[in-house]
Design a protein around this ligand. Structure first.
Ligand code: 6PG
Length: 241
């Protein structure tokens, strides 16, 4: 059945499905397709948030080849962005554009780019205002994504919610600027309130270096930022390639 992974999800002490799969790209693409079909049936729109980094590139490239993605009904957001211009090699927007967005028939106005070239706090506020305007149109208390894709670093960060940073404590704002001392830079990032409002959150994880982190999360550990992703009413999937 479309949307179901090829491997049976494990049940673990934490509230989520863990799918360890050799068919990582195929299973991730199927999950995205399944959520897109479900969202379009229910609400006529598919709200998909993209993560950055290296892992999702292979999945995004595969997405660009699919004939039955409802691109005209898809709204793309970004879970975080580096504070660089869109053409910069470190830009998550640039990575997504090059991996698939430039090759699919999605209307430009349905790609909500985080403006990394602006002062971080200003860019975060502007992005949040865009999401609030969308939410107001559909009378939502908080903008609800159909699917948020997230990665995780081997320090347990997700989006740009890094250990020891102030954004981890944000309970009201949806999007903030976050000072990341380890990189001596700011990032723009979704907060837990926005992430945990999603109908489905899916972590896409590759790399043996991350195993100690996700295994302690699956065992119930809460010290890592990624561990505090727990959708209030939605599904949580950890897809491990
Ligand atoms: C970013 C991402 C970040 C990423 C992780 C994992 O802007 O870098 O949003 O959270 O998902 O660092 O990156 P890899 O997939 O490259 O390991």
């Amino acid at each position: 059945m479309r949307g179901d992974p090829s491997s049976t999800p494990e049940r673990t002490p934490f509230r989520g499905d863990v799918v360890r799969t050799p068919a990582f790209v195929e299973d991730a693409v199927n999950l995205i397709l399944g959520e897109a079909a479900k969202a379009c049936r229910a609400r006529g729109e598919f709200r998909l948030s993209l993560c950055g980094g290296g892992t999702p590139k292979q999945i995004y490239k595969r997405l660009a080849t699919l004939p039955d993605m409802p691109w005209d009904k898809t709204l793309i957001t970004f879970g975080d962005e580096r504070c660089v211009p869109p053409e910069h090699e470190r830009s998550n927007y640039r990575m997504a554009m090059e991996s698939f967005l430039k090759a699919v028939p999605i209307p430009a106005e349905r790609i909500l780019r985080m403006e990394g070239e602006r002062p971080p706090a200003e860019a975060a506020r502007h992005y949040e205002e865009q999401l609030k305007a969308q939410a107001a149109r559909t009378d939502e208390a908080i903008f609800t994504h159909d699917l948020i894709l997230l990665g995780m670093g081997d320090d347990g960060h997700t989006a740009s919610l890094f250990p020891g940073t102030t954004a981890l404590e944000e309970r009201e704002r949806w999007v903030v600027a976050n000072e990341v001392a380890k990189f001596e830079e700011h990032r723009i990032t979704f907060t837990y309130p926005l992430i945990n409002a999603a109908r489905h959150v899916c972590f896409l994880i590759t790399g043996e270096n991350k195993r100690p982190v996700y295994e302690r999360i699956f065992a119930g550990g809460q010290e890592d930022p990624a561990a505090r992703v727990s959708p209030v009413n939605g599904r949580l999937t950890w897809m491990i390639g």
